[in-house]
Design a binder for this molecule. Structure first.
Ligand SMILES: *Cc1c(COP(=O)(O)O)cnc(C)c1O
Length: 456
C-alpha cells in the first residue's frame, strides 16, 4: 500500500488530470443529491477485502458520485454562502496535503506556520486591531466562534467572583446559528435581541436594561455580526463596542461571511468600530477564495486565548523545548492536530497580491448592486431591502412560499441555477423571499438575467 509502483504512477496521473480539468472548468455541471439507496445501486460495494482498484474507485467517483454534489463555485450557485476558491489556492491545497505538515506546533510545522502567519498578518491588518493582535486558522466560522467564546468565558471566570457562574451572552436574531449552537456547547445562556435589522448600541443598552440583576451579573459577552449571513447586515460595531467598554463586556464580531469585505474600500467604513473588538471571526473559505475548510479567529490579546486553549500533556513537553520556540496554533483554538489550512490562502495571496483580492471582493458587491437594479426593472419583482454587501433579498409579487420552493427545485433540476429562498422577519412576521449571495467573481450580468427570467 505504501510502495511506489506503476499503479501509483497511473493513479497520480489520473488524479492530476482530473484536478486540472476540474479547476479549469468555469461552469461545472450543476450536480444534485440522490438518495443513498440510489447511489448504492449505482456504485455497488466499494469497500471489500481485496479492494476494487484505483481505476474503478476513481471512475465511480468521477462518473457517479461527484455528480451527486453541488459545485459551490458554479457561477449561478447563489444560495447560502457560495464559494469560489482561486485556482492557485486549490492547487496549493494539493501541496498542503502532499507535504504532510503537522500544524499544531512550531517545532514540527515551523515553515508551514510561517506561511499561515504571513497570511494572518494581512487579515489582522484588515481589521485595524491594535499592535499585538493576532489569530489562527480554524476549520471554519463555527470553530472560530467557539474558540473565541471559550476564551471570553475563561477570561470572565478567571475572576474569583464568577468562577462557578453560568455565563450569559447577548446577540441578535440576525446572528448565525453557530453562535447559539456553540453557546450550547459551552453551556452558556443566550439573550437574543429580537430584530434581524442592524443591532445598534442603543438597542444593546436597552437589552441590558431588560436583564434582571442576577442575569446582569452573569453577562460576560456580546456577539455582533459583521455581515449577517441572511442579508449582509453589519451591526453598529462602534456603538456596540462603546457599550461593551462601559459595561466591561467581551466584544466578539462574527464576520465569518462579511469579513472578506474588510478588503473592499467601497464598504470598509461600514465596519467602523471592528478595531475595538476583543475577538473576530473571518472565514477565508467564504469571501476570501480559499478552498474548504479555512476559518480564522483573531484576538486583540492572544495571550488570553493561550490561557484558555493551551493543552498540557507530558508527551507534549518536548515541543516546548528551546529551538522549537515559536507560534503554536494549537494554543489559540480548540483543535490540537491540525492541517496547515491557511497555506492555500498564503500561496494565492503571495502569488496574486492583495490588490487582486480587493478587486475580487468588490466584484461581489458590484454584482449585488447590479442585481438590485435589474430586479427593480422587472414589474413582477421588488427588492425587500437595498442590497447589503453581496446579499440581495427580493420578492416575486404574489408568490406563496410553495411557489418559491417549486421555483428553486425546477431551476436546480434543469441545471440552470441553485438559488434558495429564505425568510425575512419584519415585526412578528416571517416572509418567504428570494435571496442572492454573490461570491464568485465569474458570475455575470447575463447569469443574473437568466435566473430572474425564470420568475415569470
Ligand atoms: C457561515 C457562517 C458561520 C459558520 O461558519 P462555518 O465556516 O460554516 O463553520 C458563522 N457565522 C457567520 C456570520 C457565517 O456566515
Amino acid at each position: 500500500m505504501h510502495n511506489i509502483d506503476m499503479d501509483v504512477v497511473d493513479m497520480t496521473l489520473d488524479v492530476m488530470k482530473y484536478a486540472i480539468n476540474r479547476i479549469t472548468q468555469t461552469s461545472p455541471e450543476l450536480g444534485k443529491p440522490k438518495k443513498e439507496e440510489e447511489l448504492r445501486k449505482l456504485v455497488g460495494e466499494t469497500i471489500t477485502d481485496e479492494g476494487i482498484g484505483g481505476e474503478k474507485a476513481f471512475r465511480l467517483f468521477r462518473d457517479v458520485l461527484v455528480k451527486a454534489t453541488v459545485p459551490i463555485d458554479h457561477p449561478r450557485h447563489l444560495a447560502f454562502v457560495p464559494a469560489a476558491p482561486t485556482r492557485a489556492a486549490i492547487m496549493f491545497d494539493l501541496i498542503t496535503s502532499a507535504s504532510s505538515i503537522h500544524g499544531a506546533y512550531w517545532m514540527e510545522g515551523a515553515g508551514g506556520i510561517f506561511c499561515e502567519n504571513e497570511a494572518m498578518r494581512w487579515l489582522v491588518s484588515l481589521t485595524g486591531l491594535p499592535e499585538g493582535a493576532f489569530g489562527v486558522f480554524t476549520s471554519g466560522g463555527t470553530a472560530a466562534n467557539l474558540s473565541a467564546m471559550v476564551t471570553a468565558r475563561e477570561h470572565w471566570r478567571a475572576s474569583e467572583k464568577h468562577t462557578r457562574d453560568r455565563g450569559l451572552m447577548i446577540t441578535s436574531v440576525g446572528a448565525h446559528s453557530s453562535i447559539k449552537a456553540m453557546a450550547k456547547v459551552i453551556d452558556v445562556d443566550v439573550y437574543l435581541v429580537d430584530s434581524e435589522d442592524r443591532l445598534s448600541g442603543e438597542s444593546l443598552k436597552d437589552a441590558i436594561a431588560q436583564l434582571s440583576a442576577e442575569q446582569r451579573s452573569r453577562l460576560f459577552a456580546v456577539v455582533a455580526t459583521g455581515g449577517t449571513t441572511n442579508a449582509g447586515i453589519i451591526d453598529d460595531l462602534d456603538g456596540i463596542a462603546e457599550v461593551c467598554r462601559q459595561e466591561g463586556l467581551w466584544f466578539h464580531v462574527d464576520a465569518a461571511y462579511g469579513g472578506g469585505a474588510l478588503a473592499a474600500d467601497s464598504v470598509r467604513h461600514l465596519f467602523y468600530g471592528i478595531e475595538r473588538a476583543n475577538s473576530i471571526t473571518i472565514d477565508p473559505h467564504k469571501w476570501l477564495f480559499s478552498p474548504y475548510d479555512c476559518g480564522a479567529v483573531i484576538y486583540k490579546n492572544p495571550e488570553l486565548a493561550r490561557k484558555a486553549h493551551s493543552q498540557e500533556g507530558s508527551y507534549l513537553d518536548i515541543f516546548k523545548d528551546e529551538g522549537a520556540q515559536g507560534f503554536n496554533p494549537a494554543d489559540y483554538q480548540i483543535q490540537l492536530t491540525r492541517r496547515v489550512r491557511g497555506l492555500p490562502l498564503w500561496f494565492s495571496l503571495a502569488l496574486h497580491g492583495t490588490k487582486k483580492y480587493k478587486e475580487a471582493v468588490e466584484r461581489g458587491i458590484t454584482l449585488a448592486r447590479m442585481a438590485g437594479e435589474m430586479i427593480s426593472s422587472y414589474p413582477q419583482l421588488e427588492l425587500v431591502r437595498e442590497p447589503s454587501l453581496s446579499c440581495v433579498l427580493f420578492r416575486r409579487k404574489g408568490w406563496t412560499p410553495d411557489d418559491y420552493t417549486h421555483w428553486t427545485y425546477k431551476n436546480h433540476r434543469d441545471g440552470v441555477a441553485l438559488v434558495t429562498p429564505t425568510k425575512w422577519k419584519t415585526g412578528d412576521l416571517y416572509e418567504t423571499v428570494a435571496r442572492f449571495c454573490f461570491i464568485n467573481p465569474d458570475t455575470t450580468e447575463e447569469d443574473i438575467k437568466i435566473i430572474l427570467d425564470t420568475m415569470v
